[in-house]
Design a protein around this ligand. Structure first.
Ligand code: SF4
Length: 193
């Protein structure tokens, strides 16, 4: 069973469409093969977090799949960044060390949650995002996976072209009338708009 970390509904849409087709070809139901995990304490402010959470709830309903919601521990996330960065988080550009720590924090929690709930595969919607450092994200995913030896948790990536996935994302957003955010998530990325 796959636990798919979902950063937001837009990024999840092309992946869910792809997986739905993949499982249908094998006479399997998507809902019996995966669940979503919305764990994104990086999102700020809380109202924006709730908005994105609601959109994920909508896509879970469209595909009849279960969704788990992680804690909104934004202060813990901020403290972790501050402790693990040389400069203040605000002093880093997007896709720099600040984002690497942010990816690591969320992926580590994905594995912890998967282990607690007996999932044997994990993946993240971040892994095909054309605006993110997907090489780094997937390296962290594979590295964390190697730490789970007794009850293995495989880190999965998707055979999807990130540019085509982004195009499809826009089409699916229009089809389902879903909200598309205009900044990555944290207060530091929000300052840019
Ligand atoms: S810009 Fe995005 S990935 Fe980077 S720290 Fe902020 S929320 Fe995380």
């Amino acid at each position: 069973m796959l636990l798919l970390h979902t950063c937001c509904a837009p990024c999840a849409l092309p992946i869910l469409e792809y997986l739905d087709n993949y499982y249908q070809r094998r006479n399997l139901y998507l809902r019996s093969q995966l669940a979503l995990y919305f764990y994104n304490p990086n999102i700020f402010p809380r109202s924006e977090y709730e908005k994105r959470k609601l959109e994920v709830k909508k896509i879970a309903k469209i595909y009849s799949i279960k969704v788990y919601y992680g804690a909104y521990d934004h202060n813990k996330w901020l403290t972790y960044l501050s402790k693990n960065l040389f400069l203040s988080p605000a002093d880093y550009k997007e896709n720099s060390q600040r984002c690497q720590q942010c990816f690591f924090w969320r992926l580590r929690q994905l594995f912890i949650f998967a282990q607690m709930n007996r999932f044997n595969q994990v993946a993240t919607t971040l892994s095909i995002n054309m605006f993110k450092d997907t090489r780094f994200i997937n390296e962290v995913g594979h590295k964390l996976s190697r730490q789970y030896k007794k009850h293995p948790i495989k880190y999965i990536t998707f055979d999807l072209n990130s540019q085509r996935a982004y195009q499809r994302e826009k089409e699916l957003l229009a089809k389902y009338h879903l909200y598309h955010q205009h900044y990555c998530g944290c207060e530091f990325s929000r300052k840019k708009i």
